[in-house]
Design a protein around this ligand. Structure first.
Ligand code: GTP
Ligand code: MG
Length: 197
């Protein structure tokens, strides 16, 4: 798929204020600092469209980006940031869970996982929750440029093995790097296929 246009539409804290659900949308979620905003920029080939930072907790709102005037990418705040207060974490949880369960135009959630790490409980639990709610998702392993392919493959396999205890069918898995644009074509192809249905 060719990305012709990618424009910022709006930032929200309320599900009721989102754009009308008239176009397919794809949400990016994962731990704080895992590389959600960076990967979105790499996909649309536009540095700085989604705001990124070395500090976790950069993205605080639900951000909608309109792609090719036909579908949305949604950048979400990260989970699992230790410095966030309990109250604000609970607020986040409520709002994201409401978005993920109620958004009728949501086609697929991309769960971003740091390819450098062993399976993390928080990521596994989030995947289990999506499964429980029957929300379709795919796994995008991020920052693959940071280590050799063998380490990435080992971490990906370990994560899939853990998921296998819960899921009969392991979702689509794509290894990515925003830095090197790895996996970009695969992710765009995946979206194109889902958009066809
Ligand atoms: P929050 O919005 O805070 O939840 O973070 P995020 O998941 O959106 O992460 P963000 O894209 O802001 O990236 C966090 C940091 O990781 C930044 O310093 C990025 O430059 C770096 N980063 C993201 N993706 C990659 C990648 O593929 N390779 C490398 N080497 N660094 C990356
Ligand atoms: Mg972000």
């Amino acid at each position: 798929m060719v990305i012709k246009t990618a424009t910022f539409v709006c930032s929200n804290t309320q599900v009721s204020a989102l754009p009308p659900p008239t176009m397919p949308e794809y949400a990016f979620i994962g731990r704080s600092n895992v590389g959600k905003s960076s990967l979105i920029n790499a996909l649309v080939n536009q540095h700085g469209l989604a705001k990124t930072s070395q500090r976790p907790g950069k993205t605080q709102l639900i951000n909608h980006f309109l792609i090719n005037e036909a579908w949305y990418i949604v950048d979400l705040p990260g989970y699992g940031y230790a410095k966030v207060s309990k109250t604000s974490r609970e607020k986040w949880e409520k709002f994201i869970r409401a978005y993920l369960t109620k958004r009728e135009s949501l086609q697929c959630v991309f769960v971003l996982i740091d390819s450098r790490l062993d399976p993390q409980q928080i990521d596994l639990e989030f995947c289990y929750w999506l499964g429980e709610k029957q929300i379709p998702f795919a796994l995008l392993f991020t920052k693959a440029d940071k280590q050799g392919g063998t380490t990435t493959a080992k971490n990906v396999a370990a994560f899939k093995r853990k998921l296998g205890d819960w899921f009969e069918e392991i979702p689509t898995t794509i290894i990515t790097s925003a830095e090197k644009q790895t996996g970009r074509d695969e992710v765009l192809h995946f979206i194109q296929e889902v958009n066809k249905d």
